[in-house]
Write a new protein. Structure first.
Lengths: 167, 167, 167, 167, 167, 167, 167, 167
């Protein structure tokens, strides 16, 4: 059986600085990733062709990041029944409100699992959690990753307390 | 030579109460109209097929109305180089801000001519103005329509003045 | 092997009119559902106890709907590594912007898969898509459901065209 | 027959850095352009005089960019029945929301074809698409321009894949 | 010497239900009022003609109310150096945010004195305060009006205290 | 007879960089100005004392600038029936939306003439326009100032046209 | 020793339908309440006089509710060093965003403890929590009240489960 | 009797640059402070353990600062009946609107006393005001602190007047 993969796609290569956080966390969790620059508007046929070939390439979850009138996740979701995760990216508006609303306010019937503005790391984790539904080893790695996060918070807590007490 | 037409499409039949204002004004200006319910997300292939057949059916301008994460105009614009007019419709949010931003904030390269929230009448007029660029008769009808609007404002002005002076 | 289930929880019984759309679509897709009213703020210990018992009751995905400073999905996500879907509900503000931002803007490390304001049906579909990653029968039912949606749009398209041509 | 032209006007010379994107793309498409600084508020009579002389100078489409309470496009639209394209520019507010709403929310009867905040390139393309309605050569140049855009996305796609595979 | 007057103009007769609050308060303060329906976009020449005739008709202050992309106050201000007061009216958006930003965010050099959304009563009072700068009798009437407001608040205070103490 | 003056007050000395634009334009128009730092919240008694002494010092208009929950203009307006102009200043929020709404949304009965975010120059001009209602010389200076603005726009227009034609 | 009291004040009697939730919960917790209608703008001197007399009447906490440019809580906070709780009320804007920002964005040095839009019940509870800092009996009543809330959620949880299982 | 303390907690050590303003003002007022980094989402059990131990460590008020979907204050408030003060911090969105709404829009029954975006100094003052309800010495120190603020405003007033008169 082929190992399941996650696709990380983005509307422009300028989105890579945000989206590589998804690639990194998926790599840390030992999940194979396919990265593509695909534009819902400038290369719509390439985007649809990519979605129609998902199953054959063992891709089970798609993470799509885009800014402005961010349609990429919605276009992918319209062509597959696999889970699609949308990452709104602040580009045209500094708040990213345009990308957030364009990604999350999908019509009934075609869901996009939306994370926060610039939230590519969470998109990667969410994809991993989905794949872990029937992959106990992956689920254990996710739990370990989360425990590591808690340890980091505790280390920062200790550092802040030390810093303030020494003032 | 076939007469040029305008397509008026919408994402849901519940959008008709807004979009019929475009149909009406186009009819008043003696422009042939084709009306369709096409969903960017629920019937994406139908939508693309519709766009690919535009030229053959003498459609030169498309007016697309949608609410929420309103991608319909953008999807059409991605598949044609004919002018596409977007009508944001207030549905999921009472302000229509989600539909407005999803329609207007298109990436460089793929324009959507956006009108105000619920502004279907203006969409119809804009389409007519485009077709009138080389149709002097239509341009004359548009000028007459606009003069009629001015007359309506003047009639209201007279009515308000009469009403207040009689108080 | 026990069948996997989805939990649909909400912060108040007044949220039920929105959240029952998730229950309905999950029922249509033959997925077992557990429904609970649990408040992140008024019954926090009950909420954590519920999350800690998820695995034992074969719950694999949680859908959490809440309004205002909507913390319910985030609290659940903080206590489990199973996927959590958040449904922002318009209550204190008519736009639901408060619930949307409180649900979607999660910090790096703890994802919540957010759907649109009031988007409980999409939350149900998203949960189903996740469970379908390794359940081919369910995946087939989802595809059939989606095809049904397309047929509904086509029926509305035909109805609108008929209505307008008869005018 | 005189060649049709596009006017690119702006409320202040500080808007030029945005608006020159319209000038550039129109030049690339071999369309003659007339550029003016005209203020709806500080030189209203000049602005109206400019609009009233449009036809004589073979200008068929006007692109108007402005920030803040951006009235320029609306003022032009009030005085001509030729298509007017509005470009909201972020100046007084970093989001440009003031300019967007002032440009797009026109009353019924006087349309402004609005593009995204800072979207001057799309304004230029939209004007070209309008002129191309009866200019097959121009339409061919637009299609070629768009194909070029798709190629750029594909080149970036290849570059990103190469970059990530070499890490 | 002719008595100074205030003009109360509005973009549509549907704005009268808001704007008549300005008319009423000006009447209460014994200030002559001229009321007009004038559209910045549909009757721009009428609007400019009106402004150019202000001085001859002894109008010293203009109150202009409009909704959506509310340009009326700005257009008037562009053609006169007399004070112009803008009243944003909620019409296309229920919050009136579009009208507020279109009215208040004027460029440097052309001020519009903006009141709150729907704040026509305050616009009337503000016009009166301006005229009272050199009209002591009017200033006394304004002070009396304001004292009356304070008395109303005190009466409501007493009523609320009585109501609650009797429960 | 004493010459009428304008007071320019601000909530903090950090607002001076915005508010000095009002001082400058009033100076250009030869209007005497009194500048004060007065906090509605930190020196409320000083602020009220200042307002109660306005008449004695021949101050006829007050311009008040403040950021955040900008109450300064409202507090002044509550204590005088002379015209009060509010200048919202972007400080706590980069859009200045908090200061704008806190300044403009006054309750019926107590008007504040609000200008745009950071619009201190317009506040100065507005104050001058009010004083000019019965000061013909000042009115002439204002008209000259405005004509100068138009000339500046025309010079920029010429410069932009020259720049683009030389490319 | 006199028993400490809480004042509940509001800018208009129309705010009573919101503010009476504070009165009710304070009554349930056996805390003496003084209710007043006081306008920061229409009766500013009365408001200041009220604040200056707080100590003599054993009032230790003030709850102030207002809409629009909601200055009431800020004005009270400017004149006392006792805790002031602000309740933003949706009136001029349906979202209440104007009242929220006007209440919460206070400058450094003068705090207002702000609750959610319309959140008068929470304002009452917060005042009680403050008084309970050195009143063990009151603290016990608050804990009991909170336990009651949890029981209500549990009862609704049971009712919803019963309702759904019987379908 | 043990001296009462205030806890200042934050969701991340990057919040310290904002939150140290609370620590500083509490120190100036001679109030003991406990500072912790605790994440509502990454270390939820630590957070609850911290809250459950509040009473034993003589902590009577908690100040909680967080950004994005800022749940920290709400989580603390859900587990204690002591007053909780929330400080929204601008992080994911430059306006901090996400943190503000996530903190302030709490459901009825669980109050969070919210200060402005980044308003940690006010949070510290508010906590002090609460503790001062039965600590006359502290109340005197707070009054002195506030008088000092007024003096600073007066000094700035003098400096600005001097600066402008010397120009």
């Amino acid at each position: 059986m082929k190992k399941h993969k996650v696709a990380v796609i983005m509307g422009s290569d300028s989105d890579l600085k945000v989206m590589e956080k998804a690639v990194t966390v998926l790599g840390d969790l030992e999940i194979d990733v396919e990265v593509r620059v695909l534009s819902a508007h400038r290369t719509p046929a390439d985007t649809v062709a990519f979605v129609e070939g998902l199953e054959d390439r063992s891709i089970r979850v798609v993470i799509a990041g885009a800014g402005g009138a961010a349609h990429l996740a919605g276009v992918v979701a319209a062509h597959t029944t696999r889970p699609v995760i949308g990452v709104p990216i602040a580009s045209l508006m500094p708040t990213g409100m345009d990308a957030l609303l364009s990604t999350v306010q999908m019509p009934p019937g075609i869901p996009v699992a939306t994370v926060g503005v610039g939230g590519a790391k969470n998109a990667g984790l969410l994809a991993a959690q989905m794949l872990a539904l029937t992959d106990k080893d992956l689920h254990d790695r996710i739990k370990k990753h989360r425990a590591g996060q808690a340890d980091q918070v505790r280390a920062k807590d200790a550092a802040v307390q030390k810093k303030l007490s020494s003032q």
